[in-house]
Every structure is written in C-alpha cells, then in structure tokens.
Write a new protein. Structure first.
Length: 150
C-alpha cells in the first residue's frame, strides 16, 4: 500500500506497522512532529468514506478507542485530532486517493520522552505538515510505548 499524503509519505509508505485488524493497518507515522502520530489505513482500495461498509466503520471505531487510550497512557497528550486528507493526490493528473486516517496527538505543554523534547509549536491551530524525523532507535521506543497499551 502506498500513498502520497504529505503527512505520511515522508520516506515512503505510511510508517512502521504496529498492528492490524480485519480491515485496517495501524502505523507509527514516519514524522513525529506531534509525539505519537499514527496512520490508520484501510486494507482495501477505496476512494471515499461513503464506500466504507458497516464492518469497516465498527472496526475503525474500535481502533479509535484503543489507539487513543494507548497514546494517552504512553504520552498524556492534551487532545487528539483525527483527519482524513486526500488533497495532494489531486495535484497531479492521475489522482489515486486511498482512505487513511491520521491520529495527531496535540500537546499544550512541552513533553519529554526518552530524553527527547517535543514542543507542539502550533498548539490550538491546524496541524502543520512539517516533518520531524527521529532515529530508528527513538522510533522503536515510541512504537513500543504505544504497543504496550494497544
């Protein structure tokens, strides 16, 4: 599965696979500008949300509960933003959007995790597609912290 969303298509793909359900794949996003950012991608090709069936919606609702709880336990964000963007796909002549959701934890105060400081520079405003790539070791620590509660 590939996509070109500027939030998740930083080094190719949606990030590091953490879990999957019958209908969705859960990734740790390659950019951690907002600590704990994840991508939840539908396993099948679908262009619009209206094409999701009841089982996919119910499965997604369960993921929202589980993932928010996990990230909350691991990092204590102030709030969660969820978004489903497909805009970049339409910048070229052959758009091929895929359904995927971004979980963007937002932090009013600076957070320190495993010796790294994370500051949400635009808290209270729309999330910005600015990358914050980390070492593979730090990404593994973030992934483990989320999976511990997932």
């Amino acid at each position: 599965m590939t996509g070109s969303c500027e939030y998740c298509q930083i080094t190719g793909g949606y990030g590091e696979l953490m879990d999957e359900t019958a209908h969705w794949l859960i990734y740790l996003a390659p950019s951690q500008r907002y600590l704990g950012t994840c991508v939840v991608a539908l396993k099948r090709k679908s262009k619009n949300l209206r094409e999701l069936d009841d089982a996919e919606w119910l499965d997604f609702a369960d993921i929202v509960r589980r993932l928010e709880t996990s990230v909350d336990e691991a990092f204590k964000p102030t709030l969660f933003n969820w978004s489903c963007f497909k805009n970049k796909e339409y910048r070229n002549g052959d758009p091929n959007p895929e359904i995927h959701w971004h979980l963007l934890p937002r932090y009013q105060d600076e957070v320190e995790f495993a010796g790294e400081k994370f500051k949400d520079q635009d808290f209270g405003y729309l999330p910005q597609p600015i990358t914050h790539e980390l070492s593979a070791e730090m990404m593994d620590k973030i992934k483990s912290a989320i999976k511990k509660y997932l």
